[in-house]
Design a protein around this ligand. Sequence first.
Ligand SMILES: NC(=O)c1ccc[n+]([C@@H]2O[C@H](COP(=O)([O-])OP(=O)(O)OC[C@H]3O[C@@H](n4cnc5c(N)ncnc54)[C@H](O)[C@@H]3O)[C@@H](O)[C@H]2O)c1
Length: 350
Amino acid sequence: MWKNKMVLVTGGASFIGSHLVDTLLERGAIVRVADDFSSGKLSNLEYKLKRDSAGAWVSNNLTVWQGNLKERSFTRRMMEDIDVVFHLAALHGGRGYIDTHPAQCCTNMILDQLVFEEAFKAEIDRVCFASSACVYPSYLQEETGSSYLLKEEDADPFVRDKAFADLEYGWAKLMGEMALKAYHRQYGMKTSSVRIFTAYGPRENETHAIIALIAKAFVKMDPFVIWGTGEQDRNFTYVQDIVDAMILAAEKIEDGTPVNAGRDDRITINQAAELVFDIVGWKPKDIKHDLSKPQGVASRAADLTRARRILGWEPKFSYKEGFEKAVEWYFANKSIEEVKINLEKLLMER
Ligand SMILES: NC(=O)c1ccc[n+]([C@@H]2O[C@H](COP(=O)([O-])OP(=O)(O)OC[C@H]3O[C@@H](n4cnc5c(N)ncnc54)[C@H](O)[C@@H]3O)[C@@H](O)[C@H]2O)c1
């Protein structure tokens, strides 16, 4: 399906976006990235990019444009001759960011609606949206040590008492999903939404839990600070698994049905920290739990019934494999001095 397809990846210079671009290029697609580099980085696209006379960066089948997708003329230009859109551009970060930047997260609603409207006008064949586990009601995730698996029907804006998203960020994602269903219902546009659960891996920033733990181990923070009790658990999912789910969703879902991309097993933050210590071969003498910091919901994991049935997908990377890859990347690419000086800011700012 992907050979010579013209694919736009909004936010393609981001952590997940750049891995998606890599996989699409491997499959033979011709990829255009549109990103304002507000958190994405050109260096995440590890190709020999050259600036052309029009101002884009180009390398073989990849073209990268810098611009703000909240500006309609730029968005419209990005849609020209495109077959498939993966929409990842968003103001987003880890818990520290979304807790303290509610107004910024609300602006995602403008961005999403503009991208979808311009995609429709340009008669784009398929649109796949990077949604989030934050669409799920936080009250289903409040019990420490829970075994509850979040099912797609637990967050449905059209079923009474089934919509109660996690913060403004989660509501904005749910409204994005709702719009894509509407475009399908009214115009037949082929759409899909992938509910991404706590992705991690190379190129992610320190506002997310696993990279934050790795950064603190990198600078040998001691006492080692963990946000909250550390007994909150998550189903951390390796980025390549997320990318595979998004590509399958774009191939197989046409009616806007949302689908989970995450794991159905979970580990606590304390266990994640122990795994990081094992991999880096260093352990702090003292661990402190900072209860004043945001820690998000108590427990979160995904039901994979729909993903298995519709996509034939499940995560392939174990926690150990994924953590090793993330540590290897972090240690090879960061400078201890720089991380040490900027750590507090890195943990909060996207
Ligand atoms: N990382 C996760 O665990 C996770 C979980 C759920 C959903 N998501 C979603 O996946 C997508 C990618 O997230 P990520 O974690 O890879 O990194 P990210 O949040 O840094 O990605 C967002 C990208 O969008 C770009 N961007 C923001 N505003 C823009 C604008 N107005 N115009 C053009 N570009 C703009 C940024 O520069 C960045 O490259 C986001 O939509 C995010 O909400 C991520």
